[in-house]
Write a protein of this length. Sequence first.
Lengths: 182, 280
Amino acid sequence: MPPANTYTEEELVALLKQQSRDGFNYLYQHYSAVLYGVIVRVINDEQTAQDVLQEVFVKIWNNISGFNAEKGRIYTWMINIARNAAIDKLRSKGEIMKSKIHTGEDVVYNVQKGLKTEQQTDTIGLREMVGALKPEYNAIVQLAYFKGYTLDEISKTLDIPLGTVKTRMRHAIQLLRENFSR
Amino acid sequence: MNIKEYISSGILEAYVLGALSEEEQVQVVADIAAYPELAAEVAAIEITMQQFAEANAVAPPAFLQEQIWNAIQPADNTGQQTEPVKEETKVIPLTRRERSGQLRWQRAAVLVVLVGSLLVNLMFWFERNKMQENQLAMQQRMDTMQEQQQSLAAVVDNYKKEKDMLADPSMQSVVMRSMQKDHPMVATVMWNKEKGDAWLSVQKLPEAPKGMQYQLWVIKDGKPVDMGMVSNDMVASGGLQKVSKQMLGEGQAFAISLEKEGGSPVPTMERVYVMGKVAS
């Protein structure tokens, strides 16, 4: 469920800088689902994901005064805060270490299994998106974006050359782009 | 840089997805700042990932809105829970990208100054090398000229002495001529009868072979008397040499013979090269 863009990015920043309850409500209503979606992708545990979502809002709230709209997109900024906070939490819990001990197949399987369970309860948009990606592309995007793997780690985990990881990553994003522009 | 290859390599996707190492990320940030095409591609990828995130959206439980608002409030009132954002390092690409316009100009300016300075230095260096070479060549020419001048001065000096002696009425000169057929050779003895001093000047004598030396003789009462050795250097330079031995009394003739180095008690008759009678 994409947020309705009733405010431009600049207007949103200005609103948030007022630190008002109205501003918070707007932020929460329009962006919490997107941010939470990212977080639960990284951390499958709902309780932990909720804790991280709270941390993320606190961070956005406390750092919005230093945010300069000219420096970049606030949307990307917020999503990155959510993603990084979730990955940090994942790492601190040692889950990433556990998953790295597993074989590449296990990781890919887990990633895909996680995808399937959410697919059942999720939006139409996600189902369309998933349909667009073949498993070999999907796994790379999932590992990088939601598990915080570097190219090198992905290459080792999936046992494919580094260059192939990069080109598949590009191809995957291209497919997503086409899919979204439809 | 080949922009198309760069973009198709997938490194920008890896950048947006956060899959680069820190070094790679720094490099990509710099590249994006330098090439607007790369920045445009990154923006497109970011929007795609934003749509991707939207497609993945999951509504959090409704009670969280109030709970989070409450979590934010005490932080505002006490100002204590405001923890610094760790993520700041990770959102660096956004802030860096903006500054890079100015940074790029500064870098370009620094580069221009550096390259300019390097060129000027190189020019000076070449110039200096050339001057050093010139100076060395000039020094060598000066040295050669000085040597030539010195030897010339010595020759002139000898000529002057010879001329003075020839002009001196107390000096008697005896010209010795070749005793070997078809070998023109000339040497002169200038002799002060009263003091017994004598000088030998060589006009034309062949260089003495190795291990051999010319010896000067005076014929007194029909017998050859040793007057000392003639320096080989003097023969070679055609110079003037004071005869090492005194010659007092009467003499009938002077002669030079080629002897073994250091001289002989009596001249080897077939190797008497020149001889000249003393005018009575």
